[in-house]
Design a protein around this ligand. Structure first.
Ligand SMILES: Cc1cc2nc3c(=O)[nH]c(=O)nc-3n(C[C@H](O)[C@H](O)[C@H](O)COP(=O)(O)OP(=O)(O)OC[C@H]3O[C@@H](n4cnc5c(N)ncnc54)[C@H](O)[C@@H]3O)c2cc1C
Length: 356
């Protein structure tokens, strides 16, 4: 069906295409060279069942791929990578609180800015997070005191078990800190669109890490949602390496949730240890960035694999690091945090081709 050696794209059905032996280097923000045996591109969402049912890859592993900003390829993917190109936006219900539907392939930040231009608010604190609308529910993206699950009404997906399109209400999405049912049942749901409930007026969330100061520096005394978005863009540009310039996947480790007793004993050792509420009364959340920095890893570099000098939580590819080298570095960091603090940390991105 295709010329394997030249990795050409073949138009097969209406609304979908595929190529073989496809390079994923431009499709992951670590810029790691890895190949997928097949790359399926879905241009029209209705074409998905036909594309999936082709005998060559029908029974092969499937990897839905958005912007590749939360993935580490530690090897090639011997299966079908699936990219959604559909980027439509609709407003099925308008009013003081509108329902806004975005298709999976829309770049997340473009969608946030579009929503602000259209007079909606609620997503401003999530500005400049890389990736796509289709991936935003997977780990319930969060930043600056807001998680996207707070704004999601329904997730539309193709259910690979029932082989039909389904609508999953927010209450059934299992949203938690960097969590959802989609993350745990990664082989079941292919998210094709997300519906958001967005108000036209809502209180702004400004009480988080530096937003107030940034607004002040911008000379904004009475901010609107767009101003908050502008402020967060500037803070993030200052703090986080731009994946277009230095390969990375944002925060590489999740903040660990630990028993309250362990958090307190760490605070006894060093009163500056940051401790936040956990997910229950007897747990606490620690800052993975603080632990990694205090284990001495900030700015570390070995070959092209390293830790950002500005943010200890961000592992970087300075050029030609392989996914296996990034993974090896991640394992060394986790082992040293475990040894120094007795705390287990684990990766936030999905790792392909290796297990943690
Ligand atoms: C510089 C930088 C900063 C970041 N900051 C933040 C932050 O502040 N907060 C935060 O939460 N995250 C952050 N991230 C992580 C990342 O941007 C988000 O997790 C984002 O939602 C990933 O989107 P993506 O389209 O790139 O998904 P990908 O990386 O392509 O995929 C991630 C996971 O979702 C699955 N997936 C993708 N699309 C679909 C689909 N349509 N259906 C089913 N499964 C799918 C993939 O199989 C994979 O398991 C950051 C990343 C970078 C590089």
């Amino acid at each position: 069906m295709t010329d394997t050696m030249t990795n050409t794209t073949t138009n097969t059905g209406t609304g979908w295409r595929f190529s073989e032996n496809a390079s994923l280097r431009e499709r992951n923000t670590f810029h790691i060279e890895a190949k997928a045996r097949w790359l399926l591109q879905i241009d029209a969402l209705g074409a998905l069942p036909e594309a999936l049912s082709q005998p060559e890859w029908r029974d092969a592993p499937l990897l839905p791929l958005g912007g590749g900003s939360n993935l580490l390829f530690a090897g090639d993917f011997d299966g079908a990578a699936l990219a959604f190109n559909a980027r439509g936006v609709r407003i099925p219900e308008d009013g003081d609180e509108a329902l806004v539907r975005g298709e999976a392939g829309l770049p997340w930040h473009d969608f946030v800015r579009w929503s602000l231009d259209a007079g909606f608010c609620g997503l401003e604190n999530l500005s400049l997070i890389p990736g796509t609308v289709g991936a935003c529910p997977i780990q319930n993206i969060g930043a600056y005191g807001v998680e996207v699950g707070e704004r999601i009404e329904t997730v539309e997906a193709f259910d690979r078990v029932e082989r039909r399109f389904v609508r999953i209400a927010k209450k059934d999405c299992g949203f938690g800190y960097r969590e959802s049912i989609f993350k745990h049942d990664a082989d079941r749901y292919l998210i094709v669109a997300v519906e958001f409930r967005l108000p036209r007026h809502a209180p702004l969330k400004l009480n988080y890490a530096g937003i107030d100061e940034q607004l002040l520096a911008m000379g904004v005394a009475t901010p609107n949602a767009r101003d908050v978005s502008d402020a967060i863009i500037r803070i993030r540009q200052r703090k986080l390496p731009d994946p277009a310039l230095v390969g990375n996947a944002g925060s590489f480790f999740k903040n660990p949730i630990v028993p309250q007793a362990l958090a307190f004993s760490l605070q006894m050792r060093d009163e500056k240890t940051p401790v936040f509420p956990g997910d229950s009364a007897d747990t606490r959340k620690l800052s993975a960035a603080w632990l990694i920095e205090h284990a001495g890893w900030k700015g570390f570099r070995e070959g092209d694999a390293g830790v950002s000098p500005n943010h200890a939580l961000v592992l970087v590819n300075h050029g030609n690091a392989s996914g296996a080298q990034i993974m090896q570095l991640a394992r060394r960091i986790a082992a040293s945090v475990q040894e120094k603090f007795g705390v287990a940390i684990e990766p936030e991105p999905r790792v392909i081709g290796a297990t943690w």
